[in-house]
Design a protein around this ligand. Structure first.
Ligand code: SF4
Ligand code: SF4
Length: 446
């Protein structure tokens, strides 16, 4: 936190950070209160400090009267945020609330100690940090000893849900092997001219490899050349959300090196969170730097996989000529916050699903809300995260759809936890299946 020793070190020329760190963004807030009506955290807690308005007031106050006590209060308030972007989207004064909250979380994890569960999970899932391999090995062993899985679930259900150990009933079920180390991408290491680049993201790499495999299978059906560099790293969002902006920029730079200037027709993601952060990469680098220019190039080439298939492939025609689902298939389609309120906003996944013969999407677009996951928020504020997810899950359940789709790996976990934590809470997988939209498309064609 600024004013607290070394924590201003990350103040650099990045256009995303400078105004936030100087408190300039917070001064733009006119306290209209619009953001209170959309904040999922405030809806559960009723605390002003949980809203963007409250956070902006704390930032402005801290800038005027810095001190250890104010820094602590501010740091806590900034941590209680899903980074969903709903406040920024509705803000009448165009306050860049997300950049302010994320930038001022700088080194926020230090309040919990240097190696907290949150930081370890970020390292494990992003393949960063010295302990990541050992931690993933330990997680696999723990999975065999303590977990049981289900075909319906992207999660792992605890065999012994002992309350002294954990209140959780579901944990990520890791892929047997990281997707980026699998044989599926062996022949995709050198881009052919006009190939489509695929950015897998940590969720597909470590947990939801079926979503990545579905993308590759559909690209193959369309006869497309795909480039999937196995050295690609986390998009940087996990580090950014945790306040480690240097690590976020480092990850982005490594990925830019792999994807820029390769003659690609598009760079595609299957996770909304990765997609939204790729759109933010230019903001991590000074405006006149070569890295900024290359980040802009990548952001322009980026598309969600559904948009890519709809606009640049023969998949719509293949779908039109397919039998689809008979009997018809009811689906609740969840549109992730990062596809509603970010620069990567799109309704492509819904449109692609709706084009499948026999698919019936049971919810209207405006019925969607935040799943409550929010990455490290789910770990630091598990009870609030669970309540947000449970409220949403009870709305989903009323429509009785057997399939729930989401084009974001974080949301897929959030939906699973929500369905497990609602009024019908039970000790095992829910009756609904949670799938990536591309998995449903592939099923329709097979
Ligand atoms: S980003 Fe979302 S959770 Fe955070 S303050 Fe804004 S609306 Fe609330
Ligand atoms: S909507 Fe924007 S201007 Fe209004 S209170 Fe929230 S942050 Fe401030």
């Amino acid at each position: 936190m600024p004013g607290n020793g070394t924590r201003m070190k990350q103040d650099n020329n990045s256009p995303l950070l400078r105004p936030a760190l100087l408190g300039e963004n917070a001064k733009k807030c006119v306290r209209c209160g619009q953001c209170m009506s959309v904040c999922p955290v405030f809806a559960q807690t009723g605390l002003e400090g949980d809203t963007a308005r409250g956070k902006m007031a704390l930032i402005a106050h801290y800038r005027q009267t810095p001190g250890a006590e104010q820094a602590k209060r501010l740091e806590q308030a900034l941590g209680r945020c899903l980074l969903c972007g709903a406040c920024q989207d509705i803000c009448t004064a165009k306050v860049p609330t997300l950049a302010s909250i994320a930038a001022l979380r700088t080194k926020g994890l230090e309040e919990l100690g240097p190696k907290t569960l949150v930081k370890l999970q970020v390292e494990a899932l992003t393949s960063q940090g010295k302990g990541s391999k050992a931690l993933r090995g330990a997680a696999r062993l723990a999975r065999q000893l303590m977990g049981r899985s289900s075909d319906k679930s992207p999660g792992l259900f605890l065999r012994f849900p002992a309350t002294w150990f954990t209140r959780r009933r579901v944990a990520p079920k890791l892929n047997e092997k990281p997707f980026l180390e699998s044989a599926f991408i062996k022949n995709m290491q050198h881009p052919k001219p006009g190939a489509v680049g695929y950015f897998a993201g940590c969720g597909a790499n470590h947990i939801f490899d079926d979503s990545a495999k579905a993308f590759l299978s559909l690209a193959k059906k369309c006869g497309l050349a795909v480039y999937v560099p196995k050295e690609q790293e986390c998009c940087g969002m996990a580090a950014f959300a945790a306040g480690d902006l240097e690590a976020a920029a480092k990850s982005a730079a490594a990925n830019i090196e792999l994807f820029a200037d390769r003659g690609l027709c598009s760079i595609v993601t299957t996770c909304a969170t990765c997609g939204s952060f790729i759109q933010s990469w230019p903001g991590l680098f000074p405006e006149n730097s070569p890295l900024h220019a290359r980040a802009v190039q990548i952001a322009r080439l980026h598309q969600d996989a559904a948009d890519f298939f709809l606009q640049k492939s023969c998949l719509p025609e293949i779908i039109r000529n397919s039998k689809g689902f008979d009997p018809p298939l009811d689906i609740w389609h969840h549109r992730p916050c990062h596809q509603r309120f970010s620069k990567a906003a799109t309704d492509g996944p819904r449109l692609l699903l709706a084009s499948i013969p026999g698919v019936n999407i049971v919810n209207a677009p405006q019925e969607v809300s935040c799943c409550g996951h929010g990455g490290s928020f789910n770990i630091r504020h598990y009870d609030i995260s669970r309540k947000i997810g449970a409220d949403y899950a009870s709305r989903i359940r009323r429509k009785k759809a057997p399939i729930i789709t989401a084009g974001c790996t974080g949301c897929m976990m959030g939906l699973m936890e929500g369905l497990m934590a609602g009024p019908t809470e039970k000790d095992g997988p829910p009756d609904e299946r949670i799938l990536h939209p591309l998995e449903v498309v592939l099923q329709a064609l097979e």
